[in-house]
Design a protein around this ligand. Structure first.
Ligand code: SIN
Length: 509
């Protein structure tokens, strides 16, 4: 099959300086100070680090490189603010979240432009992320008023048995670079609704989105100290992370990111026995059965595989296709990839595949593809020997004849690489799917309803898309099993992470 992929580096049509100046003029939410203890501040030693546009290599801004002492200051202010925030009437917290939601909507374009500039995702995806993230604030504005305890009949008639929910306390929110807006809003909405003050630590690649969100939270009327945002470089991030984990005044740690870092934070939180919410890596199987509607399966695969250039924890990683439809599915996927994907600067018109976020990511993806090809995978696109990717733009790649032992199946690729393997039976597909030590999401495409139920139940993961490639929504419980993490975010499930249940036995004799 001939693939004609339009792989245009549209970003190169703008000069680097031009892109930044255009951005700066529009971005009144761009902040170059961190928010610590209610003050927009610089680092005590004046240290800063640059935030780079991954598409153009331009420096967008420089932000404070904070350390342990700043983290302690932020936590102290949060602990102080917690006293009154935790006592604030749920209705008031709800109103404040509603005001915040309206501001997020009002500034959606600006937030999306900032997100594209620092993260690289295409503008349409950035807009979708802002709407998705704001949806969590809207949801938790409602949830703030639905946080209930319960009264049960106890063992003896003279003992009234009550369980009430109280705010857990200060929450540390450590967020990733792939969805810097949605992941912070998902955690912050829940924390604030439950009456917890928060100290956020955004990823070093994408601090500007978090600072903009903090500026809007302040504008919405969030009291000083209830939210701090600590910016720190790659070198200082471990120090800030450890300070948050070890501080006894922090009651909850919520982290989204890699399993390796999640394990480290888990260990560091042991000494203070915190409540933990960990949304970690994935290695999602995408299973296409003979009974599937292939058009739906290809559309689902495109949505799940190429969202954010594959840099998504719930991205499809292992495409398993039943032998009866394998050739047809792979051909259809290849031709849709060829006709629909245009790589380039996310700010440019028509681009729907942005760059990878940094050089480490680029090296990781290229390494996994080369290793898989060396192990026997067939690279259908780009043709072997094609020009090397320019900048951080990794070309959409189709690998076929993959087997479960290959690098691109064993590891989460986190890039625009569609790796396809063939299977014969449902049992075989399930055995391959469940052979991973990750268990975040899984996708199945089948028109056989009994098979849909059977396989959904048997998959070892926290979320399943049945004939659907985009499963994220504020109303749902997001999270994984095995090494993919602990806890669920979204819906009413987040309330577990940010509240403690207190049992009160009320003697009436
Ligand atoms: C993630 O990749 O961690 C989150 C993606 C989502 O919420 O859809």
């Amino acid at each position: 099959m001939a693939l004609q992929l339009s792989y245009r580096l549209l970003g190169r049509q703008l000069s680097a300086g031009q892109a930044t100046r255009v951005g700066r003029r529009r971005l009144s939410l761009l902040r170059e100070r961190a928010l610590v203890a209610g003050q927009w501040t610089v680092a005590a030693d004046g240290a800063t680090f640059d935030v780079i546009n991954p598409a153009t290599d331009d420096v967008i801004a420089s932000v404070p490189d904070l350390g342990e002492a700043d983290a302690a200051r932020a936590v102290a202010a949060a602990a102080e603010a917690q006293r009154s925030w935790g006592q604030t009437a749920p209705r008031r917290r709800s109103q404040l979240l509603q005001a915040y939601f309206r501001l997020l909507e009002e500034h959606g374009e600006q937030l999306a432009a900032l997100l594209t500039a620092e993260q690289g995702k295409p503008l349409a995806e950035a807009r979708a992320e802002v709407a998705y993230g704001a949806g969590y604030i809207e949801w938790f504005a409602g949830e703030a008023r639905r946080i209930h305890g319960e009264v049960v009949d106890g063992a003896a008639p003279h003992k009234e048995t009550l369980m009430i929910r109280q705010p857990a306390g200060v929450a540390a929110l450590i967020t990733p670079w792939n969805f810097p807006i949605a992941m912070l809003l998902r955690k912050l909405g829940a924390a604030l609704a439950c009456g917890c003050a928060a100290v956020a630590k955004p990823a070093e690649d994408t601090p500007l989105s978090a600072l903009a969100l903090a500026a809007l939270a302040e504008q919405a009327g969030l009291p000083p100290g209830v939210l701090s945002v600590l910016t720190a470089s790659r070198a200082r991030t471990p120090e800030v992370g450890a300070a948050l984990c070890r501080d006894p005044r922090v009651a909850v740690l919520s982290f989204t990111g890699s399993t390796a870092v999640g394990k480290l934070l888990y260990a560091q939180c042991a000494s203070t026995v915190k409540k933990l919410s960990l949304e970690l890596g994935g290695n999602s199987p995408f299973i296409v059965f003979d009974s599937a509607d292939l058009e739906k399966a290809v559309a689902g695969c495109m949505a799940s595989k190429f969202r954010n250039s594959g840099q998504t924890c719930i991205s499809t990683n292992r495409i398993l296709v039943q032998a009866g439809v394998y050739d047809r599915f792979v051909a259809a996927l290849g031709s849709v990839m060829a006709s629909q994907l245009t790589a380039g600067d996310g700010a440019a018109d028509g681009v729907n595949l942005g760059p990878l976020v940094n050089n480490a990511q680029l090296e990781k993806v290229s390494g996994l593809v080369s290793e898989s090809v060396r192990q026997g995978a067939r690279q259908v696109w780009p043709r072997p020997g094609s020009a090397a990717p320019e900048g951080r733009f990794y070309p959409p790649t189709l690998l076929t004849e993959v087997t479960p032992d290959m690098a691109c199946f064993r590891e989460e690729v986190f890039g625009p690489v569609a790796a396809c393997a063939r299977f014969e039976t449902e049992e075989e597909a399930l055995a391959i799917a469940n052979s991973s030590d990750m268990g975040l999401a899984g996708y199945i495409f089948t028109e056989n309803i009994a098979q849909a139920w059977r396989v959904s139940r048997a998959l070892e993961c926290g979320m399943v898309g049945v004939n659907e490639g985009l499963i994220s929504q504020p109303e749902a419980a997001f999270g994984g099993v095995k090494l993919s993490g602990l806890g669920r975010e979204g819906g009413h499930y987040s309330v577990e992470d940010y509240t403690e249940v207190k049992y009160i036995c009320f003697g009436t004799k």
